[in-house]
Design a protein. Structure first.
Length: 331
């Protein structure tokens, strides 16, 4: 085995027709288990007809639960006989993080969505990133990575995709984004040298999507239902699955944005949001206070929205440190 060979093994052949359920085995030698493995759930559904190759991911961050539930359900419920091409599902992509309910992996501290393209002989998170990009994303037509705001943010349901005028996948990007049925859509410039799953998709020449679906450390049943229906419609319009109309018609088009910004805490203290995900704000709007109860008599800091925009996500925990993200804003 060469130094550039990824040692992760898959317990099933992901190209075999039908429903294939198994694990990615990530080598993990620790004190309690010298020759142990991390078992990352994976499924492949291969249909009887030619069609696209599609990858659905969730659990990229372990404290983002909506996508994990949606994909776990689809692994059970989708009928391989109604699939055209191949559908690969990775519901707990960074399994150690997902098992612990943490954004990052307790195995190595790794943030999977800051690790692509990874390393074939690195930490568990680096090996996973390398395997996903070079074995699962490679030669894939469509990648949908289901996220949420996790423990620290709550997001209005929205989707993001890379956009360059004239790209061959633009019609697919438009039809999939509409089919997802989310509240907002952000079409941003690609980050081809980046460390995100969307960067991996762009490098592979695939149409990549990142979905943000609620969060705040909870699962909203309505958002989960909308996400499942949206993914089914996306598979339908991409030509990968016939859901026989189960997910209903495509809803109204989402609000569209081509620019974004983040608002950060400038001081440590207690954060009180005055605006929330789904609100529109004008430049100069008071967006939040940061209070300083540990300093007698100190007035709160007023957080001002610097630009007109639409709040895609707001922070949930009140205790903040300097540099914590308070708002994600679309423009």
């Amino acid at each position: 085995m060469s130094e550039t060979t990824n040692p992760i093994a898959c317990t099933v052949d992901l190209t075999t027709p039908g429903r294939n359920l198994g694990y990615l085995l990530v080598p993990h030698s620790v004190h309690r288990s010298a020759y142990g493995h991390i078992h990352v759930p994976v499924a492949s559904l291969v249909g009887p007809r030619d069609g696209p190759s599609i990858l659905l991911m969730a659990g990229n961050h372990g404290d983002e639960y909506e996508g994990q539930i949606v994909l776990s359900g689809l692994m059970r419920d989708l009928d391989p006989a109604r699939i055209s091409g191949r559908l690969t599902l990775l519901p707990m992509a960074n399994f150690p993080a997902a098992e612990a309910g943490m954004r990052t992996s307790p195995a190595d501290g790794g943030n999977l969505n800051r690790t692509f393209p990874g390393k074939p002989r690195g930490t568990p998170t680096e090996m996973l990133a390398h395997f996903i990009e070079h074995r699962l994303v490679a030669e894939t037509d469509l990648v949908i990575d289901l996220h949420s705001g996790g423990s620290s943010l709550y997001c209005v349901p929205f989707g993001m995709t890379s956009w360059v005028e004239g790209n061959e996948h633009n019609p697919l990007r438009r039809s999939v984004m509409a089919a997802l049925g989310l509240d907002a859509a952000l079409y941003h410039l690609p980050d081809g040298d980046g460390w995100y799953s969307s960067s991996a998709a762009w490098r592979a020449g695939a149409a990549g999507f990142t979905l943000e679906l609620g969060g705040g450390g909870t699962v909203d049943p309505e958002i989960r239902r909308r996400a499942r229906d949206g993914v089914l419609r996306a598979l339908r319009v991409a030509g990968g699955y016939d859901d026989e109309g189960e997910a209903g018609p495509i809803p109204d088009h989402p609000r569209e944005f081509k620019d974004e910004s983040l608002i950060f805490a400038e001081e440590p203290g207690l954060y009180e949001p005055l605006c929330h995900a789904g609100d529109s704000v004008d430049a100069g709007t008071r967006a939040a206070y940061i209070h300083f109860p540990e300093t007698p008599g100190k007035a709160p800091l007023v957080v001002i929205a610097p630009r007109d925009g639409y709040i895609l996500a707001h922070r949930v925990p009140a205790r903040v440190l300097r540099g914590d993200c308070l708002f994600h804003v679309g423009h």
